[in-house]
Every structure is written in C-alpha cells, then in structure tokens.
Design a protein around this ligand. Structure first.
Ligand code: UD1
Length: 420
C-alpha cells in the first residue's frame, strides 16, 4: 500500500504543472465505447484510476495504449456488455460505463458499485433518469442488468445535481431518437468538458454549465477518428494552493484554467494568501500564518467543492482563529479528522459540521490515508509539522494525484515513498 515519509517545517518554492482532470478524463474514457472508433486523447492524467479504466476497456475487447499523458484507444473491438466486477469495485466511477455501453449495445450488466470510503453513494438518480429514457433495469444480488427496447428522448428533472447521474444520462441520451433535456444537472467544468468531447464526436449537446442540458439525440456512423484534449485538474491545482497556504511559499501553478477554481481561490485569498495570474500562470505567495475563515460550506459547482474540504481543513488546522466547515455533499467525509488530531490539530465534528481551532503548529505522527482527498490533507499537514511524518496507505493518494511525490519534490519538499 506504500507510505510517504515527509520532513516537516518545509517551505514551498518553484513551479508545478497541473495534469489532466481525473473527473473529466474518466467519463471521456467511458464515452469512447459509445462508438467503435479510434480516439487520441491528450492531457490524460497518469493515475491509477485512469489505468483501471483503460484495463476495463481492454478486458471488454478494446485496445488502449497510454504514454505520458496521451491515450490511444480503439473501441471497435468491444465484444461484451458485461463490465468486469473486480474493476467496478476498484473504480467506483466506472458506473458511468452503464449509459455508454447501453448506447452502443442496447444492454449492459454491471455490478452495483455500493458504498465507499466517503459515504453511501447511491445511484438512484442515475437509474431514475435512465428508466425515464426507456431503459429496463433489474437488480439481483448486487448485479444490475439493463436493456433497452424503444428509447425516446424526454425531460428529466434531477432531484440533486449529481455529477455521475448527469454524465450517465448524457452518455445514453446522445444516441437515442428525439430531444432530451436534463433539468438541474451538475454544472461542473468536467460536465462542460464531456459535452465538448461528445460534440467533437459529432453529437449535439448544449447547455452544460447552465441550469439545463439539451441533447438532440442521433445515431452516428463509426467512421472518423477523434482527437481531444482533456481539461486540467482544478482539484489538483487547489491542492497545491492549499499546500502553499499552510507554509511559507512562493509557487507558480501552470496549465490550469483559473476560472475553473474561482471558489477555491477566493477562499484562500480571504485567508490571506496572495494570488495573482501572470501570462496564464497562477502565482501564490504566502509569507506567514493565514487567517481562519468563519464558515465554509461545501456545495455543488460553482460552490466550494467537497473534493477540497479535507485539504482546506488541513490548511485551517494551523490558521489564526476558528473555522467552521459544513460538508453538505457527502455524508461521511471526515475520516481524515482523527488522523489530523493525531498530529495535534484541534478539530471537533458534530454530524456534518467540523469546528477547527487553529493551533500554532502540528507535530509529526504515523497516520493513515483513508481516502484520496483525506490523504492529500495529511500530506499538507505534514509539510508544516514539527518532525518527520509517516503517512501509510498512500495508495489512496496515488489513485488520483499524478506524480504527487515528484511534483512535491520539485517544489522543495523532502519526501520519499517506501513500501516497508
Ligand atoms: C463526482 C466526483 C467526485 C466528487 C463528486 C461531488 C467523479 C469521478 N467523481 O462523484 O470526485 O466528490 O462528484 O462533486 O467525477 N447521490 C444520490 N443519488 C445518486 C447520485 C448521487 O443520492 O444517484 C448523492 C451522493 O450520495 C452524494 C451526492 O449525491 O451525496 C453527490 O454525488 P455525485 O455528484 O453523484 O458524485 P459522483 O458523481 O459520485
């Protein structure tokens, strides 16, 4: 599972290049099966989740090559509509293959993804939307068997702007006759990126990023190859910003669209970080201890992202004052709290609310990454801590952060990875 050993009391200095967005790459990779074609995808992040998704495609008869951010995928050979259970369990977001494979073959068998480290994660909204579009879904012993006879476009009102449900519905609706409209969809930049990719493939999707997505369904011929560049990862950028905010730093973040993480930037500016943009590069300077933020609530985009909650908490653990965080998106996303407490953080949680009283400094300890973002939070905490921190189970971190160790070393952090 691997461990990071991090020497504390660091300062950060240098340039960091942000990789492709995990949450944009995964749905784009899934949607390559809708049409049997060749795809050349750029800015695909070098992370475990991507490797697992590519393995799923290969097991299902497609070919996939990956090198240095470029994925070459040929989905013409897709020869099954059964998604391998072992990998669905490993990579929860493979559930978005449901809409894509249904579109290609008219049926799909995929195991129910179940809960995960950050909560229950039901898929009722995915299923409700697909059913409305004419999909028949049977569930037995955790296996979802879906088939479709005569699908037609229709209007779907999502009770909650679920990212995955919006994607699954989009991927199925693009190829069915008639017009579909998704009301109250997720508005994340990754949804806009998926729309752009689908339109590049020849589909007709409009409105992503607004209050409704309109899809004029059509069947496409499997002819031309498609080339597409995936957007960069706003959460990865936010994580480096968070790291910079917790210790003395001057870092330059390259290859990120500033407008994609405005809500993150504004919170750290309020906390006292100096953030500016020059020639498309974001410069972050932190000269001393940052200020606590009275209250931050996680929300769907464009609100403050739940995927930044843990890293933000780690920054606030040594800020001047008291911060209150309310986690409204997931029901169980505070698994990093006991680990931060081991390092001396003063945090109390009551249900979905966490109260963080900033301490002067954190201390080294042996801690455990429980999930991806919680693991990143421990790294941030360790950067400013007194002594050498060991973070176990960094497998969780490597699932979603590209070359994390290397990028931190480049910024001057004394960090090593060990398998002992
Ligand atoms: C995606 C992101 C994840 C991010 C999350 C919220 C990917 C691969 N993952 O996850 O990093 O944290 O968005 O920004 O893009 N819900 C239901 N029923 C459903 C679907 C969701 O109740 O059918 C609930 C979930 O339990 C959760 C909330 O809605 O409490 C948000 O989930 P959703 O937006 O669907 O997140 P994911 O797509 O799973």
């Amino acid at each position: 599972m691997g461990s990071f050993i991090i020497e504390g009391r660091n300062s950060l200095e240098g340039i960091v290049d942000i990789g492709g967005s995990k949450n944009a790459a995964l749905p784009v990779l899934a949607s390559t099966v809708i049409n049997g074609r060749e795809y050349l995808l750029e800015n695909v992040p070098d992370i475990e989740d991507v490797r697992d998704m590519l393995e799923i495609l290969e097991i299902m008869g497609c070919t996939a090559q990956y090198d240095n951010g470029v994925a070459l995928i040929d989905t013409r050979g897709l020869n099954t509509s059964q998604v391998p259970e072992r990998l669905v369990k490993r990579i929860r977001s493979s559930i978005i293959l449901m809409g894509a494979i249904l579109q290609r073959t008219g049926n799909v068998e995929i195991s129910y993804p179940g809960g995960c480290e950050i909560g229950l994660r039901p898929i009722d909204l995915h299923l409700k939307g697909l059913r409305k579009l004419g999909v028949e879904i049977h569930e037995k012993n955790g296996l979802l068997s879906c088939s479709v006879a005569e699908p037609t476009g229709c209007e779907i009102q999502l009770d909650y702007p679920s990212v995955g449900a919006t994607e699954n519905i989009m991927l199925f609706a693009v190829g069915i006759p008639g017009k579909s409209v998704i009301y109250n969809p997720a508005k994340e930049p990754e949804i806009v990126d998926l729309q752009n990719f689908l339109n590049k493939c020849g589909y007709c999707v409009n409105g992503a990023g607004t209050g409704s997505i309109v899809i004029e369904g059509k069947k496409l011929k499997n002819t031309d190859s498609v080339e597409y560049k995936i957007i960069s990862d706003r959460i990865e950028a936010g994580t480096y910003l968070s790291a910079a905010s917790s210790i003395k730093s001057k870092i330059y973040i390259r290859n990120i669209e500033k407008s994609h993480f405005k809500s993150i930037i504004s919170i750290y500016e309020d906390a006292g970080c100096e953030i500016r943009e020059t020639h498309g590069i974001i410069v972050i300077e932190n000269k001393g201890r940052i200020r606590a933020i009275e209250k931050v609530t996680t929300q769907p985009y464009p609100g403050f992202p739940t995927d930044m909650q843990a890293q933000f908490m780690a920054s606030m653990a040594t800020a001047d004052g008291i911060t209150i965080i309310e986690e409204t998106v997931f029901d169980s996303r505070y698994k990093h709290v006991p680990e931060l407490q081991k390092m001396g953080a003063n945090i109390t949680t009551i249900g979905r609310v966490a109260v963080i009283e900033g301490v002067d400094r954190l201390y080294s300890a042996e801690v455990e990454a429980k999930d991806l973002r919680g693991g990143a939070a421990l790294v941030i905490a360790a950067l400013g801590a007194e002594g050498t921190t060991k973070i176990n189970n960094v497998y969780h971190i490597n699932r979603g952060y590209e070359k994390f160790l290397y990028k931190l070393q480049n910024l001057g952090v004394i960090i090593t990875e060990t398998n002992e």
